[in-house]
Write a protein that binds this ligand. Structure first.
Ligand SMILES: Nc1ncnc2c1ncn2[C@@H]1O[C@H](COP(=O)(O)OP(=O)(O)OP(=O)(O)O)[C@@H](O)[C@H]1O
Length: 299
């Protein structure tokens, strides 16, 4: 279990992370979602003792990361796959990790096999690895000590479609065996498939936190009409709040029945009416972070 309580980080005048609190539970995959620069990496670095927080605290398995004895045996961390030593081979990096954690040497070969790196690739210098190979090595390193918790920052970066499929299966089975997985991404579709629980961050602030089902249900009802302006007037008069979705539909904070009644009363011809969850996590994500988006979403 991971607990983050009011974590904050300020760099000069810039508040990168602002009183972030959430939990990641055992037996599930928690997706940590946010647009570029939202504060995901900074939060994860604070959780793993690499960046001192300006305020707040976080614990993993009940204690701060820095207080875990032999942390690699409890928490597997992959924050930056490019940060590995370029002059060492993949096998050397894993051997070093195994020695530090007090693991048997065979564990290294097992891990190379699990992450799909061949013996020959294991003997190549990391400087010659592709990004996907670095990610695989980073995941091998995170899993090396057979931890109960995984903290992975954008692990899908650089993986090919087969690699993403493989990683999805690996993380799901880790969680199914009772492990806790916290996984950051801006790859919304990746998270939508894999995560049971979602924590969404925008400009350093948590904007949504809940089970995937809860958040998608809370996304409201999507309605589209022949005359969008007439629909907007109808929703205004009926007192329903709504947002315009990127493709010109309206996402309304009301049930389908309420909207059908209102549009019928006002003679608005509806061409589409359904739960906004069908629109997927991306719409919800764009709505929740619309204020923060670098590219403004237009219909
Ligand atoms: N060492 C630092 N000094 C100053 N500002 C920093 C530092 N590290 C991060 N920041 C700022 O903190 C904010 C959050 O950055 P962070 O890397 O946590 O975002 P992110 O959500 O991981 O983004 P991305 O998806 O692009 O990786 C950014 O505005 C970034 O410029």
């Amino acid at each position: 279990m991971i607990t983050v309580e009011e974590l904050s980080k300020r760099y000069g005048a810039h508040q990168s992370v602002d009183r972030v609190s959430f939990q990641a539970q055992p037996g599930s995959v928690t997706g940590f979602l946010g647009p570029n620069g939202a504060g995901k990496s900074t939060t994860m670095r604070m959780m793993t003792g690499l960046t001192p927080p300006s305020a707040g605290r976080s614990t993993i398995l009940g204690v701060p990361y820095a207080e875990l004895p032999n942390p690699g045996r409890h928490v597997g961390v992959l924050l930056d796959a490019s940060a590995q030593h370029n002059g060492r081979t993949g096998r050397e990096i894993l051997r070093l990790g195994a020695t530090v954690m007090g693991l048997r040497r065979q564990r290294v070969d097992e891990m190379l096999q699990i992450v799909g790196l061949s013996g020959d690739e294991g003997d190549r210098r990391v400087g010659n690895y592709s990004l996907g190979m670095r990610q695989r090595l980073g995941i091998a390193h995170a899993l090396l000590g057979d931890p109960q918790v995984l903290i992975l920052d954008e692990p899908a970066n650089g993986l090919d479609p087969a690699g993403i499929h493989w990683m999805r299966g690996l993380l799901k089975s880790f969680a199914d065996r009772g492990g806790t997985v916290l996984l950051s991404s801006h790859l919304l579709h990746e998270i939508e498939v894999i995560a049971d629980h979602l924590v969404v961050i925008g400009r350093g602030v948590i904007v949504a936190d809940g089970s995937k089902a809860e958040l998608l249900n809370a996304a409201g009802t999507l309605v589209r009409a022949l005359d969008p302006d007439a629909l907007a007037r109808c929703l205004d008069v009926s007192g329903y709040t709504y947002q315009t979705s990127p493709d010109g539909a309206y996402v309304v904070d009301a049930t389908r029945e309420q909207i059908a009644t209102a549009t019928a009363q006002h003679g608005v011809v509806v061409t589409e009416l359904r739960g906004a969850d069908g629109a997927g996590l991306e719409d919800m994500f764009l709505q929740l972070t619309a204020e923060d988006a670098r590219e403004k979403v237009t219909a």
